[in-house]
Design a protein around this ligand. Structure first.
Ligand code: MG
Length: 333
């Protein structure tokens, strides 16, 4: 491709997809979901995902401790596996490092990386290390497994479903902004925002729990912001969604940081990326089952809208309606 003819990330992926065969045989799901899904002998399903973090784009070594970066590079992949309802089992690590990076940085990175793998029972089974010009690049591939019939895709949402998210939204975007402005240590009350950016916690209990319940129709993780991720889910399902602005879960520290920075907390929640929370849809009568799973996993859930027979994602604020489809993070913008 010529240097940036300003193709969007979505368009670029669509063009790749056009050239690939449709799923079939042992391939249950190819490109276009949080993970690829392959049928294994015996009926189990193998799920595979890969994610890359680039210095200066996804992290800044000036404020991102190497150990937490090691943890995050695992967590973002495990989040994709959990979003399929699967359990992570093994990992491959590809690391590109400039000569100027000190060995103690690498040791700290690997300590965090292995610590996060161990915490989730995932085994490092191989990888590659190469030299890089100026930036550290971390690429991680994670494989996991699930029982047949317990994997959830983006494509299952139906008109009439309710739209749910886990945890609180926008925290990582707020934490990133605080780090950027050198305010990370200013207010102890903001620490959960800083942590959300530096050391996100994937929904490893909730994802498989929701999938095993049989009550959830579609699920994905939130990595590019609700406005974009919900638009992906809707497009894959052939439906639209209406979000209720007042229902979006915004924490007190998030509102406080937004006041301090003169930022819009709603914009962080809708457009900020890297929340690594779950986004899913379920019929209204699934509420008691969802409440039981949330209680068992100790994770809050919020109903933020509904799926409709339309296209696009509409934000409803009182009587005002605004199309916010794909207004989140675009890696090619
Ligand atoms: Mg994802």
């Amino acid at each position: 491709m010529t240097a940036r003819e300003k193709v969007t990330e979505r368009e670029f992926i669509r063009r790749i997809r056009e050239r690939l065969p449709v799923a079939g045989g042992d391939l249950v799901m190819g490109i276009g979901d949080d993970c690829a899904v392959l049928r294994q002998p015996g009926g189990r399903l193998l799920v595979l995902t890969t994610d890359t973090l680039v210095e200066g784009v996804h992290f800044d070594c000036g404020w991102h401790p190497a150990e937490l970066l090691g943890r995050k590079s695992v967590a973002v992949n495990i989040s994709d596996v959990a979003a399929m309802g699967a359990v992570s089992r093994f990992a491959l690590l590809s690391l590109a490092v400039p000569a100027a990076v000190p060995s103690r940085w690498l040791e700290s990175f690997m300590a965090g990386f292995l610590d996060c793998l161990g915490q989730h029972g995932v085994l490092l089974i191989g990888g590659d290390t190469v030299a890089s010009g100026h930036e550290v690049m971390v690429s991680v591939t994670v494989g996991g497994e699930a029982a047949h019939g317990e994997v959830l895709y983006r494509s299952g949402a139906r008109a009439g479903d309710e739209v749910w998210v886990s945890g609180e939204l926008g925290e990582a975007a707020a934490g990133l902004e605080l780090c950027r402005q050198g305010l990370a240590a200013k207010n102890p009350g903001w620490q959960q925002l800083i942590r959300a950016h530096l050391d996100p916690e994937p929904e490893t209990d909730l994802g498989p729990g929701l999938a095993a319940s049989g009550r959830v129709h579609a699920m994905m993780d939130l990595s590019d912001g609700l406005a974009t991720d919900l638009a992906h889910l809707c497009a894959a399902s052939g439906v639209g969604a209406e979000l209720a602005a007042e229902a979006l879960p915004l924490s007190a520290p998030l509102r406080d940081a937004a006041r301090h920075l003169g930022a819009d907390p709603l914009a962080w929640a809708l457009k900020g990326g890297e929340d690594y929370r779950l986004l899913f849809t379920a019929p209204p009568d699934a509420r008691p089952a969802l409440a039981a799973i949330a209680a068992r996993c100790g994770r809050p859930l919020a109903c933020v809208g509904r799926i409709v027979a339309a296209t696009g994602v509409i934000l409803c604020t009182g009587r005002a309606r605004q199309d916010i489809s794909y207004q989140g993070y675009d890696h090619f913008a």
